[in-house]
Design a protein around this ligand. Structure first.
Ligand code: 5AD
Ligand code: SF4
Length: 432
């Protein structure tokens, strides 16, 4: 008889992909099926994020609630980035937790469920980090890891401690995974890595050579594959060759996430980001020039310890110049084992909160200016979800969420649409 797995995923696309892999291993090798009901589950897994303090502090209260709700025989596992940095301390604080698997160790899931107290948080390189079972593609999109870990040392970031140093996955394995995926319904891939455009810098085998641009070219030769997305590129590695490939390769979707973090060159230096304000603005301008309908999203941290009012004004200046299509804003959160944690802060919490509000308000004003301009335009959309009986939702190549009415089932279709109405976060359209 099959057992039931309840899994909750916090954090980024990388964690979502890890959860998909955990599900694949447990359903194909251990006869689990997934459930949304914690009370029925035989195994409960929290796949954690530790990039900011909030989700970490919530973990223990959440575990307490789960422990009260669960069946007496159910196991609890904590995986992901918080598992990496707290390790066995999680079991010390919450002894009812059965196992702990760090972000780079989730491939050990089929071992962990048989050993009470199993803890593995090793971040050294290990081939098994990407040797996973495949669930069998069940939708039109698939996430594909192209590298794991991070080779940077941004002073605010805990990720190199939780996911380890960067290793690129051999190109043949990536091409093979995509070729298999497109044999079922998959038409779009999302290539994942901490800094995707640093792909090829380090392979486990020194004889393997490939750059990110070469990888993109080879992936785009797979005939049945229609669309390629990737997240996230690092501004530092965004050279002209990369921008040219982005602009001219028809299969690459024209929506790009370029994490700014700060608009001040001085703060960028304190963050050890490796680029200046001018470089960032120039890269965005080059992308817009090469692909006018492209959309750019970004990450911004406000309240970094050394951020003065003038530094923050530089961030506002970049937002005004680039007019991002989406901004993920964060208030700086000190993280263990990072350089910035020991920098004395000149930013009171109230000031950081007010800066966050200013970023949000400015971005909203930009969206209110931009979204109406889409009405009447044509876009190409992959439909992937049915919202109501005759309402279908999809994404345009440049990343807009689009809703259309259709009496026919259009799931999986890539169709041209004309925009008829706008909202702040999505557009309505008619199929042409
Ligand atoms: N505090 C706030 N935001 C952070 N990020 C990473 N570390 C921190 C931190 N210590 C943000 C960055 C990154 C995104 C994934 O999370 O903007 O791009
Ligand atoms: Fe963290 Fe910087 Fe690496 Fe991104 S590039 S994961 S922000 S250290």
């Amino acid at each position: 008889m099959s057992k039931r797995l309840y899994i909750e995923t916090l954090g980024c696309a990388m964690n979502e992909k890890d959860s998909e892999n955990i599900i694949a291993e447990l359903t194909t090798k251990e006869h689990y099926e997934t459930t949304d009901n914690i009370k029925n589950a035989d195994l409960i897994i929290i796949n954690t994020c530790s990039v900011r303090e909030k989700p970490v502090s919530k973990l223990f209260s959440q575990l307490g609630v789960i422990n009260k709700q669960k069946k007496s025989t159910a196991q609890i596992g904590v995986c992901g980035c918080t598992a990496s940095h707290l390790g066995a301390d999680i079991i010390k604080a919450a002894p009812y937790v059965d196992f702990v698997l760090g972000a780079r160790n989730v491939s050990k899931i089929t071992k962990a469920i048989y050993q009470k107290g199993f803890v593995d948080t090793d971040i050294s390189y290990d081939e098994t980090t990407y040797m996973f079972d495949d669930i069998g593609a069940n939708s039109y999109k698939k996430k594909i890891n192209i590298s794991i870990g991070c080779d940077k040392s941004c002073t605010y970031c805990i990720v190199p401690n939780t996911r380890g140093t960067e290793i690129s996955i051999p190109k043949e394995l990536i091409l093979d995974e995509i070729s298999k995926a497109v044999d079922s319904k998959v038409v779009e891939v999302l290539l994942l890595g901490q800094n995707v455009n640093n792909y090829g810098k380090t392979f486990s085998n020194k004889l393997i050579k490939s750059s990110f641009v070469e990888l993109l070219r080879d992936i785009s030769k797979i005939p049945k594959l229609k669309r390629i997305r990737f997240a996230s590129p690092h501004p530092l590695h965004m050279d002209d060759e990369f921008i040219k490939e982005f602009a001219t390769n028809d299969k690459i979707c024209k929506n790009i996430h370029i994490p700014l973090q700060s608009g001040s060159t001085k703060v960028l230096k304190d963050m050890r980001r490796g680029y200046s304000k001018e470089w960032f603005v120039d890269r965005c301008a080059s992308i817009k020039k090469a692909v006018p309908h492209s959309r750019i999203s970004t990450d911004i941290i406000v309240g970094f310890p050394t951020e003065t009012q003038e530094d923050f004004a530089e961030t506002i200046d970049v937002i005004n110049r680039v007019k991002f299509d989406q901004i993920f804003n964060f208030k700086y959160s000190p993280r263990p084992n990072t350089v910035a944690k020991d920098m004395p802060s000149i930013v009171p919490d109230g000031v950081a909160s007010s800066r966050l509000e200013q970023v949000i308000a400015l971005h909203k004003a930009h969206l209110d200016e931009k979204m109406p301009q889409n009405v009447g335009k044509e876009l190409e959309v992959l439909f992937e979800q049915q919202k109501e009986k005759n309402i279908y939702v999809g994404f345009s190549d440049n990343g807009y969420q689009i809703q259309v009415k259709s009496d026919k089932n259009i799931l999986g279709n890539i169709s041209k649409v004309r925009i008829t109405n706008f909202h702040r976060t999505y557009l309505e359209a008619n199929i042409k």
